[in-house]
Design a protein around this ligand. Structure first.
Ligand code: FAD
Length: 292
């Protein structure tokens, strides 16, 4: 099925993110991961893209190719632009097209200490406009931040910038992870009030370790609500119990999001198919027959 048809079928969507394993030798691992995630039949699978000049930029296309050609599931290829010129972006877009991908998540990417900026794409919106001009048939997704991007002065300022990105041609947004649904609902209200009308998928990341949650929260300037902090304090040193609690926490977040008729839920698999499968089993029945 084409992603265009899935995204306009009126249902609440359940999708998933995976990332290419670091080393080239990890492609075997990628094959089994892709098979396991594909067996859950998500509405689409997005594949992350390395940033900086040293990452393997073909891995995203190869995994996306397997997802779309072997499993018939629409793939969304992420693409970062801060350290690329137009020629590199053209190369990536052609690679994606050959891999059967027709949707790209257009990203600025993060700054890397010591790496030389190219200066052709300073914001994701620059990349969005460029993709629109060279591949007008591609669906262009964008990232959004329910608690505000860590470099923005405020959530309101970040939403003003998000509007520029959407106006440049984004057709769909996927959110950064958040642990308190109220933050997402507040963001949705503000985004809609600012005239952002495209569908917004809620990004959910299962808790897999206390340290990683705290590190990620610090990096993204995001909040750990009291309810989650209690779990981290109780089972921070008992990884099996914390992961079990994390599966329940993510499942409960998803149930609440579906009950609020969000446009979709995007599950960050963190390349852990067992955790993903358990959340999927809990959540998937809630998505059957939904009308978003
Ligand atoms: P932008 O939309 O450009 O925003 C970045 C900052 O600039 C914000 O503070 C924004 O308010 C501001 N801004 C935006 N436009 C303007 C403007 N016109 N004028 C002034 N200020 C502006 N990283 C990877 O390396 N690979 C991935 O595959 C990847 N996937 C991701 C998927 C999702 C769903 C999300 C939420 C993030 C992902 N990231 C990934 C991380 C992302 O690269 C970083 O969050 C990065 O810091 C911002 O990227 P962006 O595309 O949101 O940037």
């Amino acid at each position: 099925m084409r992603i265009q048809d899935i995204l306009t079928d009126g249902r609440i969507h359940l999708s998933c993110e995976i990332f290419p394993p670091k080393a080239f030798s990890g492609m075997e691992q990628a094959a089994s991961l892709t098979r396991e995630i594909a067996s859950l039949h998500p509405d689409f699978i997005s594949v992350t893209y390395g940033h900086g000049t040293h990452s393997d930029r073909t891995a995203t296309a190869r995994i996306a190719h397997t997802i779309s050609k072997e499993y018939g599931i629409p793939a969304v290829a992420h693409l970062t632009a801060l350290y690329s010129d137009k020629a590199k972006i053209d190369e990536a877009l052609d690679m994606f097209e050959e891999a059967g991908v027709s949707a790209v998540l257009a990203l600025r990417g993060d700054y890397i200490d010591g790496e030389q900026l190219v200066g052709e794409f300073n914001h994701a919106s620059d990349l969005v406009s460029y993709i629109r001009s060279v591949k007008p048939d591609f669906k262009v997704f964008g990232a959004c931040y329910p608690e505000g991007h860590y470099q923005a002065d405020s959530l309101d300022q970040d939403i003003e910038n998000l509007k520029i990105k959407v106006d440049a041609g984004v057709t769909h947004l996927i959110s950064q992870l958040f642990y308190d649904n109220e933050d997402f609902y507040r963001f949705l209200d503000k985004a809609r009030a600012a005239g952002i009308t495209v569908p917004i998928e809620a990004g959910i990341m299962p808790v897999r370790g206390a340290k990683s949650v705290r590190r990620m929260a610090e990096r993204n300037a995001s909040r750990i609500p009291d309810k989650l902090n209690t779990l981290l304090n109780k089972w921070g040193d008992d990884i099996q119990s914390l992961r079990a609690a994390g599966i329940l926490y993510a499942s409960e977040q998803i149930a609440d999001l579906v009950a609020h008729d969000v446009d979709g839920v995007h599950l960050y698999s963190m390349n852990h198919p067992a955790t993903t499968r358990r959340i999927w089993r809990n959540a998937e029945p809630l998505f059957r027959g939904t009308q978003g």
